[in-house]
Design a protein around this ligand. Structure first.
Ligand SMILES: C[S@@+](CC[C@H](N)C(=O)[O-])C[C@H]1O[C@@H](n2cnc3c(N)ncnc32)[C@H](O)[C@@H]1O
Length: 190
């Protein structure tokens, strides 16, 4: 009996180890191949992001490159009636975001959707609000698509990085330490 239990436990440990190894490889591979690595926005700036977005019940909010969904889940807590869509093309953060959403939906009537896709291939015409935490070059690559697809009045809030050819309507200095991530938030209107 003890031998069977021991064998079973060994197999379970082995499969857990393989699964963790698989996640680790996905995470490393994603960060090596992505134009922007998966780095979550600091928790301390979430409140400022929420304030800058100024979401209402009818808002349709996209996080382009949503990572593990941290921003969307925070925004949902503050305004559960809005619609939230996270687009992510890297496998590891998508697994985290989808698992989190699956768990979340067990206890909430959540309107959060996580889509594994390149955001350049997603139609954004129904967005009212967009959040980004990307790189400056990627922001500039994205601008023609946003200009073409977004309806007039759509608000975009970017953590840390700004467009080089579009003027923000607001630049918010978060007064964080020099070596801390996300010192500024840029607000744009299309
Ligand atoms: C710096 S992380 C930000 C994560 C999340 N928005 C946050 O603030 O916590 C940027 C994410 O964008 C994703 N990403 C980069 N380019 C993408 C693309 N073309 N389509 C979808 N996701 C992309 C990366 O995989 C990464 O997870």
């Amino acid at each position: 009996m003890y031998i069977i239990l021991f064998n079973l436990l060994s197999w379970v440990t082995f499969f857990v180890f393989l699964f963790v190894l698989y996640l680790l490889i996905l995470w490393m591979w994603g960060n090596m191949t992505a134009k922007v690595p998966f780095v979550g926005v600091p928790s301390k700036v979430l409140h400022e992001i929420e304030k800058a977005l100024d979401i209402n019940d009818d808002s349709v909010v996209y996080d382009l490159g949503c990572g593990d969904g941290k921003v969307l889940f925070y925004l949902y807590k503050k305004n559960p009636k809005a619609t939230y869509i996270g687009i992510e093309n890297s496998s590891f953060p998508t697994i985290l975001a989808k698992t989190r959403n699956w768990w979340h939906k067990k206890f909430n009537t959540s309107k959060i959707e996580i889509i594994k896709k390149d955001f350049f291939e997603v139609d954004l015409s129904n967005a009212t609000h967009i959040f980004t935490y990307l790189y400056p070059s990627l922001m500039d690559d994205l601008l023609p698509k946003l200009d073409k697809e977004l309806k007039s009045g759509t608000k975009l809030v970017s953590a840390s990085f700004h467009f080089t050819t579009k003027k923000e309507i607001k630049e918010i200095d978060l007064k964080r330490g020099r070596y801390q991530l996300t010192n500024k938030i840029y607000v744009y209107e299309f």
